[in-house]
Ligand binder design. Structure first.
Ligand SMILES: NC(=O)C1=CN([C@@H]2O[C@H](COP(=O)(O)OP(=O)(O)OC[C@H]3O[C@@H](n4cnc5c(N)ncnc54)[C@H](O)[C@@H]3O)[C@@H](O)[C@H]2O)C=CC1
Ligand SMILES: O=c1[nH]c(=O)c2[nH+]cn([C@@H]3O[C@H](COP(=O)(O)O)[C@@H](O)[C@H]3O)c2[nH]1
Ligand SMILES: [K+]
Length: 575
């Protein structure tokens, strides 16, 4: 480490350079390593996070939403593109459904602010709770979004109706017919201006071409969004629309799927596999590059330099790194294959960098510090599942569970996801045994990504500033030159942290059991031995455990023999 103090040119040897730390035969996860601070001569606000997703795609925010059916559909993709990142639409559906999700994301000019509530004209509104937090209910031909708008019922009108029996009256009898609308091509500023000038509480947005209602914008939402911190410059494709990615597999049928996705406007495609270094994937990479030379293709997942080299030689434009590092992953337990994510990101990016192929660090991100670690260890972007799954923009509705609002989050290799889907991959092969490599659970409500991603990025900037890195490129330069120093966190350190409940933080995790577990006390006592901070809060098929942050939760829970299948979520909750 070179001292930067004036005149002091001597070398001070303190901490390990990455080359040394990562060549000792250990597989490090993010929590196993820590960076040493360096020298600050610029403000945190001036740290630049702009980066590359692939060889040809620039992003202003290094965040990617994972192609999982509980994480990325159109609302998530539009929100991430708006923030300067990108969402990859999952493929656990038909090719036409996946294409429709891409089109819906690209049809927008700003993210959806809240989900419109839509009924048909023959429906009735039985209680004010049907409005939820929305100031209105839309009435359309089909009773769903993307259908012709017939009318609208505002909450204030509904409450003012002094018809005691309005519960049974059809909305067609009292809705406001042909309400004012604005074109769906309006930008956020256009709609905000319109609402302010017209003094309306809300306005429906209608596609001028089809006449279908696509959204409703409430002035309260506009005010809320204006209060959020600024994200990056929105990510737009060459078509001038939101940049959207899509996942495909490596089967023959995926070639046909890809054709639909390209027609729908997908800007980048991710070959979604836990072990990407296969003849299937190499063939698919070559096929994509041959058939759609303009389309960037991301290969993976890989965790070794050898795997990476094979995919780079096949022609990938980006590499997705991570095996068994995700929060819903059981691959390392089930298959005994994988790599600690810090080591995997460092090793793969050292080889990928030589060919100018950007690396996506996929999985294992549960706080902003993990994002800093991934980016500084060589990744250009981070891909996240659980970090985003509890947001308003993730698919699915919130449920009240164990005293709080949660959203479902499940591994794409879980039995449930495999059964739902497409899954030619596993279920098409009916004679084959299905082995789950992921679990199902829930993550706590986190609000809108439009709010928490900008906050997380601010934290990342502060982390980079502490290291003396004013950009991701400068962080990578510090890493490669050996100026950046790091150390392994010790077992003692882990123990201390485990033994000391951190005030204000509760981490909850959900364990999926193979068979219904009806032994709370026995399990609880065994859990208590394995991981003293665990508390059984609920039982059933899903066993919900709450604990004070523990780094070795995985091990603790794995020791609850006889039915425990794996772990799901680690989510922060205040006391
Ligand atoms: N990142 C990770 O650690 C993990 C991720 N996952 C996720 O779960 C999902 C499923 O992943 P995988 O099981 O790896 O999917 P996959 O489609 O790569 O593999 C499923 C099986 O099909 C085989 N296969 C693939 N293409 C084939 C072809 N053309 N002909 C014959 N056989 C072929 C593969 O060798 C494998 O045995 C993905 O969404 C993945 O991201 C699952 C486990 C771990
Ligand atoms: O072992 C696994 N079994 C699964 O069923 C599964 N589904 C997703 N993934 C991978 O996990 C990543 C998301 O991880 P996080 O929730 O930690 O962000 C994702 O981006 C995937 O790489 C799986 N891994
Ligand atoms: K596999």
């Amino acid at each position: 480490m070179y001292s930067v103090l004036a005149g002091a040119a001597q070398v001070i040897d303190d901490g390990f350079p990455a080359t040394k730390l990562f060549s000792q035969g250990y597989s490090y996860t993010y929590d196993d390593v820590i960076f040493l601070p360096h020298y600050i001569d610029f403000p945190a606000d001036s740290v630049r996070l702009d980066t590359k997703l692939t060889r040809n795609i620039q992003l202003s925010t290094p965040c990617v939403a994972s192609p999982m059916d509980t994480v990325t559909e159109s609302a998530m993709a539009a929100a991430l593109a708006h923030l300067g990142g990108v969402g990859i639409i999952h493929s656990n559906n038909s090719a036409s459904d996946q294409s429709a999700l891409i089109r819906a994301a690209k049809a927008r000019r700003f993210p959806s602010l809240s989900d419109p509530i839509v009924v048909s004209s023959s429906d009735s509104i039985a209680s004010v709770s049907e409005f939820g937090s929305s100031p209105c209910i839309l009435v359309t031909k089909t009773g769903a979004k993307n259908s012709g708008l017939l009318g609208v019922v505002s909450k204030s009108d509904w409450l003012a109706m002094d018809n005691v029996n309005n519960k049974e009256v059809r909305v067609s009898d009292y809705m406001v017919k042909s309400p004012v609308t604005v074109p769906s091509s309006y930008s956020f500023e256009d709609v905000a201006g319109y609402l302010a000038n017209s003094k309306l509480d809300f306005v429906a947005m209608v596609d001028e071409g089809s006449g279908e209602v696509v959204d409703v914008v409430a002035s309260a939402d506009v005010e809320r969004i204006k209060g959020y911190p600024r994200g990056g410059v929105p990510s737009l494709g060459a078509d001038g629309k939101f940049l959207v990615g899509a996942a495909i597999g490596t089967r023959e049928a995926d070639k046909e799927r890809l054709e639909h996705l390209v027609k729908a406007g997908a800007n980048v495609v991710v070959l979604d596999s836990s072990q990407g270094n296969s003849s299937y994937q190499i063939e698919m990479i070559k096929y994509v590059k041959r058939t759609y030379p303009e389309l960037d293709v991301i290969g993976g997942n890989v965790v070794t330099m050898y795997q990476a080299q094979n995919l780079i030689q096949a022609g990938v434009d980006g590499l997705r790194v991570g095996m068994g590092s995700g929060s819903i992953c059981t691959t390392q337990e089930v298959c005994a294959v994988g790599r600690g994510q810090a080591t995997a990101v460092y090793k793969v990016s050292s080889i990928a960098e030589q060919s100018g192929v950007p690396v996506i660090a996929d999985g294992g991100i549960s706080n902003s510090g993990h994002i800093v670690k991934a980016l500084v260890l060589g990744a250009s972007t981070v891909m996240m599942g659980s970090f985003l799954a509890g947001s308003n923009e993730a698919p699915g509705a919130y449920e009240f569970q164990g005293g709080r609002w949660v959203k479902k989050y499940r591994g794409m290799g879980s039995l449930e996801a495999m059964t739902k889907g497409s899954d030619a991959r596993y279920l098409g092969d009916k004679e084959k045994l299905k082995i789950a490599q992921g679990v199902v659970g829930a993550v706590a409500d986190k609000g809108s990504v439009l709010k928490f991603i900008p906050y997380s990025m601010q934290a990342v900037k502060q982390g980079l500033q502490d290291l003396g890195a004013s950009s991701l490129q400068s962080a990578h330069d510090l890493l490669r030159s050996g100026v950046l120093r790091l150390e392994q966190t010790t077992m003692d350190d882990l123990k201390t942290r485990r033994g000391t409940p951190r005030q204000g933080l509760i981490w909850s995790l959900v364990v999926e059991t193979v068979a219904p577990l009806r032994v709370p006390t026995r399990v609880a006592s065994r859990v208590a031995v394995a991981a003293p901070n665990l508390v059984v809060a609920e039982t059933g098929k899903l066993l919900v455990l709450t604990l004070v942050k523990s780094n070795k939760v995985r091990t603790g829970a794995a020791q609850i023999e006889g039915g425990v299948h794996g772990l799901v979520s680690y989510e922060k909750k205040s006391f």
